[in-house]
Design a protein around this ligand. Structure first.
Ligand code: ZN
Length: 203
């Protein structure tokens, strides 16, 4: 079994500080999966490990679909490890859509793959687009899970913020349950520091 936390740490992908998350909340930690996946060998190892878990469940999958940009590398490597097709959705005027001539046949069994699942918002947008095209979303996958949604094999139940359907499995290699604060209650803000938006200032 791969030690995911160690891999993220060694890749400089597990950031420590004071971060403004896309949800508007603050956290002392941030996962930057792109730093792990910049090493193709490592990306391949992680995807193989995730594929093993999915294959062991017996879930039938025809295609992996990822929401761009975050899920692309993880999804592509996972599709390679599973030996299936890979497609992606992307935002056009804010709407998650399937473009570039990608097609979904009726009843095609699609697994939605992200790099990290927090509440599963983008994953659900991709799932809805697949369903609209006649595909069947059979489950979700991510390299890392923030512990808001319950993954297969974990005991902690999903929190109310989780947007993924309870009747579909979520496969992930590890849970990273970091503290998340409302801005008004953030102890880091109270200590006088300013949160950084990940992606800006070189992170
Ligand atoms: Zn703060």
């Amino acid at each position: 079994m791969l030690d995911i936390e160690k891999i993220y740490k060694e890749s400089g992908a597990l950031l420590e500080g004071h971060f403004l998350l896309s949800s508007g909340k603050h956290s002392p930690n941030y996962l930057q999966s792109a730093k792990v996946l910049e090493n193709p060998k490592r990306a391949e190892e992680l995807a193989k490990e995730l594929a093993k878990q999915i294959q062991a469940s017996g879930l039938q999958i025809d295609t992996v679909c990822s929401p761009a940009i975050g899920g692309l590398l993880a999804g592509y490597e996972l599709a390679r490890a599973l030996g299936v097709r890979f497609i992606f959705t992307e935002r056009k005027e804010g709407q998650m859509t399937l473009r570039r001539g990608f097609e979904v046949r009726p009843g095609e069994k699609v697994l939605i793959c992200e790099d990290i699942i927090t509440t599963g918002g983008s994953a659900m947008e991709a799932a809805k687009e697949i369903q609209k095209r006649g595909g069947e979303v059979v489950g979700f996958a991510a390299l890392a899970n923030r512990g808001v949604c319950q993954r297969v094999g974990a005991k902690t139940p999903s929190k109310p913020e989780c947007k993924l359907p309870a009747d579909k499995p979520l496969f992930a290699l590890a849970d990273f349950s970091f503290p998340i604060y409302e801005p008004a209650e953030c102890p880091l803000c109270q200590a006088g520091s300013e949160p950084i938006k990940p992606g800006s200032r070189g992170n």
